[in-house]
Design a protein around this ligand. Structure first.
Ligand code: PMV
Length: 299
């Protein structure tokens, strides 16, 4: 038997960075997936775009940690992914969740989804030193999720275009940028705290707008959110070039997503082809996708 599971990536509609200080955020699973194919064999082997290895934590840290977490069964694992790596779209959470879920089924371990999400979060913490549970939770359960309450909001049926700057991709980037915001906040608490509070207010307004499917209003607030992320110092000229290109091509709104400092932006739009062209013309790699209610799935 072979078991194949897929798990989605995520974007932030609102609230990255402010969520670190307890403000609400809205994170959404998107239909870009990492696929883990697992087969019981007589020796551990892992293959991906990074090569074929045994239990090599240098090359495949998340997959190796997942194998170990499941009791080191002898399995052959093949990873393929549509999610750009280290660009704020939750690629490491998706590979971890998909691998755990596929081993769980192939080796009849019987864990529930809650346990898969929890183990995936532990693995992200082990590998990265620190990690919020958002990526692993959203990748496991899918949907549009308010953080930290984990309340499920209605699914949005509007299109999404992700623009990848192709710059600054690194798993260590998030920790560096979170630290950078913390320093700014310590230096100027009276100036920076209100910015963080205001970012938190977008998620509160956003919850109502999501229910109303008010894409114009959501887009308008995404634009303001991008401006305040810029104020916090996590924007880049490349991200803004893609954000403005998307807005000028008719997107409801566009902002950077995730930690910033490069990586990806996200545009909310019903003119996906036009927005994708504009992003490519501005130097980015455009990915047309949509929101998904499906988290980890067996194929
Ligand atoms: O770039 P990502 O997808 O790891 O998102 C980081 C989001 C932050 O709010 C900046 C940090 C966090 O752990 O919530």
């Amino acid at each position: 038997m072979t078991t194949t599971c897929t798990a989605p990536g995520k974007i932030y509609l609102f609230g990255e960075h402010a969520v670190v200080y307890g403000e609400p955020a809205i994170a959404c699973a998107v239909e870009l997936r990492t696929r883990a194919q697992v087969k019981k064999t007589d020796a551990i082997s892992i293959s991906s775009d990074l090569g074929t290895t045994g239990l090599d934590f240098e090359v495949h840290p998340y997959v190796c940690a997942a194998i170990q977490k499941m009791g080191s069964p002898e399995v052959c694992i093949k990873i393929t992914s549509e999610i750009p790596v280290g660009s704020g779209l939750g690629s490491s959470a998706a590979v971890t969740v998909a691998t755990l879920a596929a081993i769980n089924i192939e080796c009849s371990q019987g864990y529930e989804k809650e346990k898969i999400a929890q183990m995936a979060h532990e693995i992200e913490k082990e590998v990265q030193g620190a990690a919020s549970p958002t990526d692993t939770f959203v990748s496991t359960f899918g949907g549009v999720i308010e953080i930290p309450s984990r309340k499920r909001l209605d699914l949005l049926d509007c299109g999404i275009v992700i623009g990848n700057t192709g710059k600054g991709a690194s798993p260590k980037k998030t920790a560096k940028l979170v630290k950078q915001v913390a320093v700014l906040k310590e230096e100027y608490p009276d100036s920076i705290n209100p910015i963080i509070k205001t970012i938190g207010s977008f998620a509160k307004h956003g919850e109502i707008m999501v229910t109303q499917k008010n894409y114009q209003a959501l887009g308008k607030l995404m634009n303001v959110n991008h401006g305040l992320l810029d104020a916090l110092g996590v924007n880049t000229i490349e991200l803004s070039a893609l954000v403005y290109a998307a807005r000028n091509a008719g997107a409801y709104g566009a902002k950077l997503t995730g930690a910033g400092g490069g990586g990806c932006m996200v545009a909310l739009t019903d003119s996906q082809v036009e927005v994708a062209h504009a992003i490519e013309k501005a130097g980015g790699k455009a990915i047309i996708t949509r929101f998904t209610r499906e988290g980890v799935l067996q194929e």
